[in-house]
Write a protein that binds this ligand. Structure first.
Ligand SMILES: Cc1ncc(COP(=O)(O)O)c(C=O)c1O
Length: 401
């Protein structure tokens, strides 16, 4: 199965240049719009049945051709080409949210009787998906600690997938995808799937480390403006046909307007993403020095147990980290976040604005015990002036006793 690019991506090697050029329209009759047109279609109208057959065959084979709107239009294909370039894969499929991308991977690659190992730090709605949907349909699962030194001992004959996130949600432990992939290759039909939303394909590419599938919630940094829900799955060549078939069978569909908005945001990823990281590092470093803060969970900080792994494997960082409040201010997260004036209170992250979110991590872990640790607040550092954010945090922290 071949997935030709709409743009010139195959010739582009450097990341920033790829971000600007991947998935751009081809010249037609000597000109082209800079951005792909927003092609809205349910019905695609053909001149002949032969033309219709050819489009359907191409569409089934995973080529970027429209036979019916549900399979995408040129706008969808442009975003797919862009993310394939970014993630360094063979092909990408777009979903209506990050969570839909994740659930489609479980539905597409697992069947009743199969077993999946899931990192304990997984994005918490995935726990609910496993408990309330997949488990009831005969798909077994176990959680493993992000600090588990011996994953091999957890693999059963029926294990078909190791599902992971690096770093993990809220508590930010890194995973070594290379080691997981090496282990998986010693078994038949064992896939490594990585939720790569934190890195968003920008500073880490799981497929290069041997993962079979990489998932990104484009809702976050790719679209980057807190106004789109979108997800992607990028596959290597051996896993792409199932991805393509699954999306078609499930009837997943994304508005071309959302694809265009995502591409519009993504064109400046290389400018926005490091700007978040630069600000986040300043704010995180300052927070570490505050008596009301016990710990800052952020692999970028030298104090993080994952710092050297981050240094050797990542080429940048997101502006998302978590603070653990000191024992003396236990139970005061509500007061803390409600006294912030520049941070919105909201789920999600990756937009231009700063956000704070208290997280009940103990309720979302089944292997590691977080019940004795301090209260956690996840912070997304936006593109405001970092000194203003520090002043805002300082004022809010000073209200705690
Ligand atoms: C790590 C991670 N993966 C996936 C998702 C799901 O993305 P979406 O909100 O687009 O469903 C989120 C959302 O917060 C997330 O944090």
């Amino acid at each position: 199965m071949s997935v030709p690019y709409l743009g010139q991506g195959e010739h582009i090697v450097k990341r920033d240049t790829r971000i600007v050029h991947a998935g751009r329209p081809k010249y037609r009759a000597g000109s082209r719009p800079v951005n792909p047109p927003v092609v809205r279609a349910s019905t695609v109208d053909f001149e002949s049945l032969d033309a219709m057959d050819a489009a359907e065959r191409g569409s089934r084979a995973g080529e970027p051709v429209s036979a019916y709107g549900i399979h995408g239009t040129d706008t969808t294909f442009a975003l797919e080409a862009f993310i394939t370039e970014l993630e360094g894969g063979f092909g990408t499929k777009i979903f209506s949210s990050g969570l839909e991308a994740i659930s489609s991977v479980f539905l597409g690659y697992l069947k009743p009787g199969d077993h999946v190992l899931v990192v304990d730090t997984v994005y918490s709605p995935v726990r609910r998906l496993l408990h309330r949907f997949l488990g009831e349909r005969g798909i077994g699962f176990d959680f493993y600690s992000p600090r588990e030194p011996d994953i091999q001992r957890l693999i059963r004959d029926s294990t078909r997938m190791i599902y992971t996130e690096t770093p993990g949600s809220v508590t930010m432990e890194l995973q070594d995808i290379g080691t997981l992939a090496q282990l998986a290759r010693q078994h038949d039909d064992l896939l490594v799937v990585c939720d790569n939303t934190w890195a968003s394909g920008f500073c880490y590419r799981p497929l290069e480390h041997g993962a079979h599938l990489s998932i990104v919630a484009g809702t976050k940094y790719l679209s980057g403006h807190s106004d789109v829900l979108i997800g992607s799955v990028t596959a290597e060549s051996s896993t792409f046909p199932t991805l393509h078939r699954t999306r078609a069978l499930l009837g997943c569909s994304v508005s071309p307007d959302d694809c265009a908005l995502t591409l519009r945001g993504a064109r400046t990823l290389h400018v926005r993403y490091p700007a978040h990281a630069e600000r986040a590092l300043k704010v995180a470093g300052w927070l570490e020095s505050r008596p009301a803060i016990a710990r800052v969970l952020y692999p970028v900080l030298p104090s993080s147990p994952d710092h050297s792994q981050w240094q050797s494997q990542f080429d940048g960082a997101a502006g998302l980290f978590t603070v653990e409040l000191a024992g003396e201010v236990r139970g005061q997260t509500k007061k803390f976040v409600e006294n912030l004036t520049l941070f919105g209170l909201g789920a999600s992250w990756g937009g231009f604005e700063s956000l704070a979110l208290p997280c009940d991590v103990a309720a979302n872990r089944s292997v590691d015990d977080w019940s004795e640790r301090g209260d956690l607040v996840r912070l997304h550092i936006g593109l405001e002036d970092p000194q203003d954010l520090i002043d805002d945090l300082d004022t809010a922290l000073s209200t705690l006793r």
